[in-house]
Design a binder for this molecule. Sequence first.
Ligand code: HEM
Length: 522
Amino acid sequence: FNSWNRKRLPPGPRGLPILGNVLQLGATSQLWLIFDKWKYQYGPIIYLNMAGQNIVVLNTKAAATELLERRSAIYSDRPRSIVADYLGSQLSMPFTRYGKSWQSMRRAGHAVLNARISGQYQPVQIEEAIILAHSLLCDTSSPLLAKINRSASTIISVIYGKRSLSSGEPEQVFDDAPQAHTPPVYEKLHLTSDPLQTLSNIAHRFTSAVYPGAHLVELIPILDYLPVAIAKWKRDAQRDYKRISNIFERYFDDAVKSDPQRASLCVKLADDQVASGLTDTEKSWVAGSLSVAALETTSTTLSFFLHAMILHPNIQENAQIEIDRVVGRSRSPTSADMVHLPYVRAIVKEVLRWQPAIPLAVPHIAMEDDWYEGHFIPKGSSCIPNVWSMNRDKDVYGPDADKFHPERFLFQPEKGAEFALRAEYENDDGHCSYGFGRRVCVGRHVADNALFIDICTILWALRIEPAVSTNSAARRGSSKDILNPIPNFHCRIFPRFPEAEGLLQHLRDDVVHSRTNITGGQ
Ligand code: HEM
């Protein structure tokens, strides 16, 4: 672009010649914290240069809404990531470029996950919430994090059906996960005999590959011409692509053949009218990339929920008073209770606001030269929505924006009266954590329903207290990952009332029994 336009680029920190801001960003984890500081220095929109690549950080909801939503016709492409491309990102809906193939995938995703259809998955979500609450209380052998990860099986049951995924033929399983004491490295894929763990590892393989500056080749693309014999990153990525594709295809085929209730998302996708224009491989990648997009986001959010409950016992108690009044103690909550439980709904909104699972969402590419409030945005710029700062904007949420405070979404007609959701939040998320425009999270309705019923069932049955050393939710994720790392915290979990444990056991036995009947004991 010409020097006149160059002078009109958005403000930002000065970089070095050629390298630009690489040194300020390249070695940094949790970039959102730096962007948050820069927001106060440079304003709502910041320009950065990563070795010639233009990056525009959008720090306010107003800027992101104007560009990514109102002008979504020219802001819906994704950046090209060389490593992610080798991993198969062009088959993976969240990372694929804007075009015909994305449109077909998105249409199929929307057909099986829209607000209306999402209601159909609520019965299975209720069952999974019971299994989760039961395991939090009764499974004393697994670490807390493993149990929270299980919680994501809600979404996996929705996608692949109630029968748990098979771990596959022995020769297709590689138990080469790093030992528990070594920090995770996601530069190669670790497959395990546990399908949920494998899907979660695939998620991290992608989310760490697309972290800005994670691989040198993204900054110096000429390195892509190196032959595989000396380019280990390329060899690993090509091998992982084949492994991922095999897994997705096998899980999809299994789900379509053996979902006895024919209710899973895979069965719907197998129908050519729902997923028109997609090959079988593409369908299996739609299901696979939905589960990958769903898993870590949902379990990260639930981990932060538990953390918030330890930090704020009074909020836990307020929610439980509401649940006792509306649901009582003789039955567990259902989705029909949602409208009568504004306090619990406010907790769901607040966890998503306070700790977004993907604090910088996923970048959108400007497909044309553009202007925003006098600033020039060059064609090809990678526009990063700084959701972290948007969700903590003091102009929107007030001076306590950094605090976990669900009551910001509520009002009390008079002191001591029951809480009600503020009218403006009935249809407004109250956060930006699901992203923007044409690339907004396609699974948000299913995610909201799953989070509501999981959180509500946990609060109905259990009391969560801080502890010194039991049940540690250890920090997870590599330092360079687009996912919000889970803090290291400890908690103890008790039944909330004397009958809770018996009731939970009974409900969980019923779920297991009904599934054994459905699957003929498989
Ligand atoms: C707490 C839960 C979740 C959070 C915070 C979350 C967040 C996000 C974000 C920030 C994006 C990028 C939006 C953008 O580019 O502007 C996204 C995209 C996506 N999400 Fe989610 N998500 C969640 C759950 C789910 C679930 C449950 C599913 C599937 C069942 C899902 C499937 C997807 C897919 C397929 C995309 C890519 C959409 C596209 O590029 O067209 N997500 N999500």
